[in-house]
Design a protein around this ligand. Structure first.
Ligand code: SME
Length: 164
């Protein structure tokens, strides 16, 4: 499958989002190995979205997040729920859009190149499965439209692709 890198700002951004969502469905269709699917998902996001330096999962394990499949530089392996942007997402179960990571108290800098961050909760039937974390080297890279696109993509991943 040819994945076009998605521009950050174009007049037809909604079309690009729709394409990425369709590619998610197509990529995961028929495969029930959840680890393979999570890995493919991170690669699709990395290839399909512009201006990222990290994209991946932190899996919810008790009151701690543990590094899962990702694309990018080596990262911290364990994040307690009360630490960082990922921890804030896990605790509140709310999408975190951070335009400037230096202005976020307690931000954990895994890659010093990161300037902005988006973290989404992955929840099924009331249970937090993971958070999905994206970093960008550009300030203010993420907006509500990015969050909505990724929420729809994650819904495909959570529903019927073998994730226990
Ligand atoms: N910045 C995150 C830590 C994970 S890395 O960005 C990959 C945080 O503050 O939770």
């Amino acid at each position: 499958m040819k994945i076009e890198r998605r521009p950050t700002t174009t007049p037809d951004r909604r079309e690009a989002d729709a394409l990425l969502l369709a590619q998610t469905r197509s990529l995961l269709d028929g495969e029930r190995d959840w680890l393979a699917n999570l890995s493919q998902f991170t690669a699709l996001v990395d290839e399909g979205m512009a201006d990222l330096n990290w994209a991946g999962f932190y899996m919810a394990r008790d009151r701690e997040l543990v590094l899962g499949p990702f694309q990018g530089r080596v990262a911290c392996v364990r994040i307690p729920f009360d630490r960082g942007v990922c921890g804030a997402c896990a605790t509140t179960r709310a999408v975190q859009i951070v335009p400037d990571v230096h202005a976020f108290p307690g931000h954990i800098a895994c890659d010093s190149a990161s300037r902005s961050e988006l973290v989404l909760p992955v929840v099924r039937e009331g249970r937090l499965l993971a958070v999905f974390d994206l970093d960008s080297p550009s300030e203010g890279r993420f907006d509500e439209a990015d969050a909505a696109c990724l929420e729809a993509m994650l819904a495909v991943l959570v529903d019927g692709t073998g994730w226990p």
